[in-house]
Write a protein that binds this ligand. Sequence first.
Ligand SMILES: N[C@@H](CCC(=O)N[C@@H](CS)C(=O)NCC(=O)O)C(=O)O
Length: 214
Amino acid sequence: MIRLHGYYRSSTSYRLRIALELKGLEYECVPVNLLKSEQKGKDFTNRNPFGTVPLLEVDGKNYVQSMAQIEWLDEAYAERALLPSDIQDRYVARELAYAIATELHAPLNLPVLKYLANEYGKSQDEIGVWYRHWLARTLDPIEARLAQLGTGDLLFDRPGFFEVCLLPQVYNARRFGFDFGDKPHITRIESACLALPEFQRAHPDNQPDNPERT
Ligand SMILES: N[C@@H](CCC(=O)N[C@@H](CS)C(=O)NCC(=O)O)C(=O)O
């Protein structure tokens, strides 16, 4: 039994939903409301001392930290691999996915944005400028790398490790009004992925804890 404790709009929870969908694994979503700080409650932090989503529960064991979870899932369930079999391709998938996970996610996370507002009195407009600045710093070189690699509709022949990380970040970027006008490779991959049922089922719009859906 696989349970994913997450929040519909959390990009790391969205990563896990895409990974589980692409691997064809059955899972149950357990909502954790970040706006009510449920991730900081004792019940939750006893299982995940980082106090962040997603928390992946498999056969009674807890797994935390999205990139480790995704790599673990890919090793534990070898079918429909997310990482390519060729070592060079695997390197490229990791290079681009970890650029998003390590450089981009941290300065854009909810506690950072709250800190800017509460400790430094920054307005929503100023926070938007911050958000788009950090997005461009990593999405610009990712776009350049995709051009260099001659990428088509997807990084490789089917969606995997990179697309799992890219789509949630693009979703967030669009919420914050990021201009993708000069990013044809990223937007082509986005369109190709959003056309697939796995990505549609994983999308924040289709999660039961999305208040706009219920
Ligand atoms: N490095 C962690 C980051 C997890 C993370 O920051 N999750 C966010 C949602 S995308 C969260 O739980 N934020 C609430 C908080 O930090 O209090 C991972 O990849 O799992």
